[in-house]
Design a protein around this ligand. Structure first.
Ligand code: ARG
Ligand code: ZN
Length: 843
């Protein structure tokens, strides 16, 4: 049942042209296909095999003659000549499609999700990314808006025809039909093409599209400037859908989005929502070249398009906002999701070598570590060579389905550099650990570096990787004595020397987080405070503060000590130094999350106690607030933003710092400021910040009720209402809140966003999910068991809440394993969920 990379075979048949007709009906949609096939001279031979799942075959013909193919469990098979036209008529039931894969209905609208293997639920087809063809699609329906890929060809009474001239794999097919309205605009490409841009939403939502549209236009310009890539059709459509398993999908010319990543207004969306919309609109748009024009040969190569496209969207957001802040946020995310994955039973290489269900490999490792690899490549070869290699990639591989080898080869050809060792980043799972020992002798900084890579499931032995580390040094008086230089660690252990001209300096290693590694560097609290105050590299400046906080909190938890003065004092300048970017200061003021601390404790061979972690964080926040109350109050006033709401990085940064101050001050003011801010807020950022501060105090009942009453008819805002009170509840109390909210009439658990905002939010509340009683594990298991028969993909994804079970004490381990076994032994459990659960259990 496992699919293996080593067993890849070329397709037996290639497709020259596809023509589809959809006669839409909620329970009985008819799909007519007419496909011209030609035997692949490089294929394995044999009969025609087509993928198909849950289809009712009405009629099939080859070159006009009706045939009776052999129906297989997941497709059909028939002998066929070397070139022929296949015709089929199938019937499907979109309304009964609760898995949200293939053609389904959401709020009366038809939509599709085909990546990775959803097209086979629409009609019989070679549903694999290396079979590419132009598509023509005719949609028959009385619904007012009928959309598919490519450019519109014809519109008549009750039908529309679309043609996509660009060859594409079936996973990029899309169809939408519904009662929708457009927010429209236009863009002229650098090649002079006039492109009509539309964002399609349900009536009433059209005034929430302006930011997504603006993000789209900036993305289009950016891809031209940064990569020389222009858009290639006359229309670009985006559709917002309420029921969606993932964030969004890059279907050619017709991107389909989870509504939460499109719709925004100041009253309903936070600054973080705006930033995410910008990033996801850019991500899906950038796929047009990295994913669509050049796609993946097979699903093992998923990181070819995803790692690269994430890297591109991260660079775009950095260019549009602040590279320093974006890098810190991205690394926080990487550590929270990817390092966590790499450290547990689900660890897998960026390019996996086998899978049972490919949907289970849309992971932080493939996406985020995949992006880190591109960043390292660019750092190793330099920006100009990177751009040259990319140009060669687009030139050489346009219209093809490629592999990681193809990708690396263009950089070898552009630079003459051997990337064989670099390629290990794609093949070896696990987060490398780099230990750094530094000393200074006669003005020379001597750096002893060693690397190791832990064993991961299926990979006991590892070889050294090439690790680019950006290094600098700061003298005791705060001046930089070594500007950033990049060393390449290629051996298990290596020594590097730098002239620094002083005997008292502190090395700043892995600046900009130049490599996704865990750095073990023994630094005193004073050295860290020096870097926090004076490092010229903003990432390492933040990192120094983060390490101080982490060490201080771990000490509090393990030795039940008092909050460390070094750390508390070091925050003084962070709060008050107005020369520094407010957004950066907000990040530096935030403490590591409970989950980060649980991992830090695990790394130092301690067993994390969720209550103790939560209590220590609260004590530390109170200590910081008490020590700096005056300065926090001053910054709270000074950062007030006046004038109409603007989601740009400057205003968002001020709000972030102000709300970070608010969150600390709420520990000492009894919630007065938060209650006042909640009452006065005219935007969702300030409103939610106040509400979440109050929720931490356990006294937010009035405000939660008011919020509910105001927003009860707004799905996206109500998702926040559910999530915040569960995820933000103090200690174990989030469990009781979740137990109460699953009974709430608005808990529409079949909607993935709502399911995540209740069940997912419980999983995000560390102390509550890991409650000693085991009630957190049990509640999540109950709901995963309930959701699985309807929506295996979302269920399987959410089992990752359990991936850290091995960190905790034996009682908790037993409770978590019992919950996992209960899921596992459910009758008829989906392939998706059963693969995940057995991997998590280490079977
Ligand atoms: N390609 C989409 C994106 O990264 C994600 C689609 C994920 N779909 C899935 N079935 N796992 O933008
Ligand atoms: Zn993507």
């Amino acid at each position: 049942r496992a699919i293996r990379l080593s067993e890849y075979q070329n397709p037996a048949f290639l497709v020259q042209d596809v023509s589809l007709t959809f006669r839409l009906d909620p329970h009985a949609t008819r799909v007519f296909s007419r496909i011209s096939f030609r035997r692949n001279p490089e294929g394995p031979g044999g009969p025609l095999r087509l993928d198909g799942e849950g289809l009712r075959l009405i009629r099939a013909a080859i070159d006009g003659t009706e045939v009776q193919p052999k129906i297989l469990p997941a497709g059909l098979e028939i002998d066929a000549p070397d070139a022929f036209t296949w015709e089929a008529e199938v019937q499907i039931d979109p309304k009964a499609n609760t898995a949200l894969e293939g053609l389904y209905m959401s709020n009366g609208m038809y939509c599709t999700q085909c990546e990775a293997e959803g097209f086979r639920k629409i009609t019989y087809y070679p549903d694999r990314p290396d079979v590419m063809a132009p598509f023509e699609v005719r949609i028959e329906s009385e619904l007012p808006v009928l959309l598919s890929n490519g450019d519109p060809v014809e519109r008549g009474d009750g039908y529309a025809v679309w043609r996509d001239p660009w060859k594409k794999p079936a996973y990029l097919f899309a169809l939408v039909a519904g009662d929708l309205v457009a927010h429209s605009n236009g863009f002229t490409t650098m090649e002079g093409r006039e492109v009509a841009l539309n964002i399609w939403v349900r009536p009433g939502d059209e005034d929430r599209c302006a930011y997504a549209m603006d993000s789209l236009k900036r993305s289009m310009r950016w891809d031209e400037d940064a990569y020389g890539r222009a858009y290639d059709l006359d229309v670009f459509n985006i559709v917002a859908v309420d029921d969606f398993n993932m964030g969004a999908m890059e279907n050619k010319g017709l991107n389909i989005f989870n509504a939460r990543y499109v719709l925004a207004s100041p009253e309903t969306a936070t600054d973080a929502d705006y930033a995410r919309i910008e990033a996801i609109v850019a991500h899906e748009y950038f796929h047009n070249w990295t994913g669509n024009r050049i796609t993946c040969r097979d699903w093992f190569q998923l990181c070819l398009k995803e790692g690269l496209t994430v890297f591109r969207d991260q660079t775009f957001s950095g260019d549009e906002r602040s590279h320093a802040v974006k890098r810190i946020e991205d690394v926080q995310m990487l550590r929270a999701r990817q390092f966590r994955e790499d450290a547990g039973p689900l660890a897998h290489p960026v390019r996996p070598t086998s899978y049972i269900e490919i949907n289970n490999f849309y992971t932080a490792t493939v996406y985020e570590k995949g992006a880190e690899i591109i960043g390292m490549l660019r750092r190793l070869i330099g920006e100009d060579a990177y751009r040259e290699g990319c140009d060669l990639y687009f030139d050489r591989h346009d219209g093809q389905a490629c592999t990681i080898e193809d990708w690396l080869k263009v950089f070898e050809d552009a630079t003459g550099r051997d990337l064989a060792q670099f390629a290990r980043w794609y093949a070896q799972a696990g987060t490398p650990r780099v230990t750094a020992e530094t000393r200074i002798e006669g003005g020379t900084l001597i750096l002893d570096l060693a690397q190791s890579l832990p064993a991961t499931p299926g990979q006991p032995e590892k070889a050294p990787q090439v690790i680019p580390l950006a290094i600098g040094a700061i003298a005791r008086d705060g001046t930089e004595v070594l500007p950033t230089a990049v060393v390449e660690l290629t051996e298990t252990a290596q020594t590097f020397r730098f002239e620094v001209g002083t005997d008292d300096a502190v090395a700043s290693i892995n600046r900009g987080f130049s490599a996704p590694v865990i750095l073990d560097q023994t630094l005193s609290a004073a050295d860290r405070a020096l870097l926090l105050a004076h490092d010229t590299d903003p990432f390492n400046k933040w990192e120094a503060g983060r390490a101080l906080a982490r060490t201080a909190l771990v000490d509090m938890i393990v030795q039940s000590g008092a909050p460390d003065r070094h750390f508390v004092d070091a925050l003084g300048p962070v709060i008050s130094d107005n020369a520094q970017d407010p957004a950066f200061r907000a990040l530096a003021l935030a403490l590591p999350s409970d989950d980060d601390l649980a991992q830090a404790l695990t790394d130092s061979n301690a067993t994390p106690d969720p209550d103790a972690i939560d209590a220590a964080r609260t004590r530390m926040q109170t200590a910081v607030a008490t020590a700096h109350e005056g300065a926090l109050d001053a910054v709270y006033d000074a950062m007030k933003v006046s004038g109409p709401y603007n989601p740009d990085a400057t205003d968002a940064g001020r709000r972030a710092l102000r709300n970070a101050a608010l969150s600390l001050l709420t520990h000492v003011d009894g919630g007065d400021r938060a209650r006042a801010q909640f009452a006065a807020a005219d935007n969702m950022t300030d409103c939610l910040a106040a509400l979440s501060a109050l929720i931490r105090t356990g006294q937010a009942e009035t405000e939660l009720q008011a919020f509910h009453d105001r927003w009860q008819n707004d799905r996206l805002v109500m998702d926040k209402w559910f999530a915040l009170q569960i995820a933000g509840a103090p200690g174990e109390t989030g469990l009781a809140v979740a137990q109460r909210l699953v009974e709430h009439p608005a808990f529409d658990w079949k909607n993935p966003n709502r399911f995540r905002s209740v069940i997912g939010a419980l999983g995000m509340n560390h102390a509550s999910f890991h409650a000693r009683s085991g009630g957190g594990y049990a509640l999540v298991a109950d709901w995963l068991i309930r959701l699985d028969p309807l929506n295996p993909q979302t269920t399987a994804r959410m089992t990752t809440l359990f991936e850290t079970w091995h960190r905790y004490d034996v009682d908790r381990q037993d409770q978590a394993k019992a919950a996992l076994r209960r899921i596992q032994s459910t009758e008829g459990l989906s392939r998706d969920t059963s693969e995940m659960v057995s991997r998590i259990l280490g079977e």
